[in-house]
Design a binder for this molecule. Structure first.
Ligand code: SF4
Ligand code: MG
Length: 327
């Protein structure tokens, strides 16, 4: 089935008359060369949609995406092609993007051959070298996707992205479907490739452990809005937004988890009809009347640390009782 963000993505691609949905509402972000930026939030928060818009796969209904300073909608011809190759996405399930009837040779080799990055005669050697680079045995070059494990298929997907010399990889839940030990291997591969290929990453994940491990900076999203952004170190040590604080408590693998764990209250409201004012107010233990009507703007609460909340709620400490987690 489609998740909410994907349904929204379709709608955004072809907005309906009565209901134009903004899956991603006034998000502003930039990623610097060589940086690893994390987008985190629950399913349906719009982070996948944002990833697709950034990759140029999906048009933005408003606003613009700039690539190396140029709005991507103004790029045409060779410049547009170069941008589409320079930004590659790695999805959760490589099976859904790997044609089962194609051999690895063609899965990885087709795009660079079509785009003239490698000649037909060189393609086999080129693919074999890419397989080696991502930790696949090049003697498997004539095999089909179903002959590989999930982790190996993700390596095929990564090799396919690398084949066109990307500058930016957008990884959308790229390790979410893998066993934990395989996850670690793939994450390590991403970090190795960051160095060897001088890559920049946007990591989209609901898994704060992955985000903490991989990212330099994090954007926390809730129902299509950025609610907090900070360096990874700061965000995990001193989260300032009540939603981020609650998210951190829900991650049992992280040390920040409080002893008496309380899940975030309430269901995620429909992104099609988000609550007025602060979208988080129905689930927020600090909500006041103002929160139900007035939208909090993203503001700098501390140097390089932005939150969208009317109040300064810095009561968060991992072990201390709070309103979310009463003694
Ligand atoms: Fe909670 Fe109000 Fe802050 Fe929203 S603005 S996070 S409802 S305190
Ligand atoms: Mg998603």
């Amino acid at each position: 089935g489609l998740d909410a963000a994907e349904r929204l993505a379709r709608w955004l691609g072809a907005p309906l008359d009565e209901q134009v949905v903004h899956a991603v509402d006034e998000v502003s972000l930039s990623v610097a060369a060589g940086e690893v930026l994390g987008l985190v939030g629950e399913s349906g928060c719009g982070k996948s949609t944002l990833g697709r818009v950034l990759a140029g796969i999906m048009p933005a209904s408003a606003g613009e995406v700039r690539w190396q300073g140029e709005p991507i909608t103004s790029l045409s011809g060779d410049a547009h092609k170069a941008m589409r190759l320079a930004i590659q996405m790695i999805f959760q399930d490589p099976m859904s993007t790997l044609n089962p009837r194609m051999r690895v040779l063609d899965l990885i080799g087709e795009a660079p051959r079509v785009h003239g990055l490698v000649s037909a005669a060189q393609t086999r050697d080129y693919v074999a070298s890419l397989m080696q680079r991502v930790g696949l045995d090049p003697s498997y070059i004539d095999r089909y996707p179903h002959q590989f494990s999930g982790g190996q298929r993700q390596r095929i997907g990564i090799a396919r992205a690398l084949a066109v010399h990307p500058r930016l990889l957008i990884c959308d839940e790229s390790v979410a479907a893998l066993d934990v030990s395989i996850q670690a291997q793939i994450l390590n591969l991403f970090m190795e490739l960051k160095q060897s290929e001088a890559l920049t990453y946007i990591f989209i994940s609901h898994d704060l452990g992955v985000i903490k491990h991989m990212c330099d900076r994090v954007l926390v999203m809730y129902l299509g809005r950025v609610v907090e952004t900070a360096s990874t170190e700061t965000l995990f040590a001193r989260p300032l937004h009540p939603y981020t604080q609650a998210l951190l408590r829900e991650q049992p693998s992280l040390q920040l988890r409080a002893q008496d764990f309380t899940p975030i209250q309430g269901e995620i409201p429909s992104p099609l009809n988000p609550p007025a004012g602060c979208h988080f107010h129905p689930r927020c233990p600090y909500a006041e009347a103002r929160c139900r009507s007035e939208r909090p703007q993203l503001r700098e609460a501390d140097s390089g640390h932005h939150i969208a909340c009317h109040f300064d709620i810095s009561v968060y400490t991992p072990a201390a009782p709070t309103a979310l987690n009463p003694a």
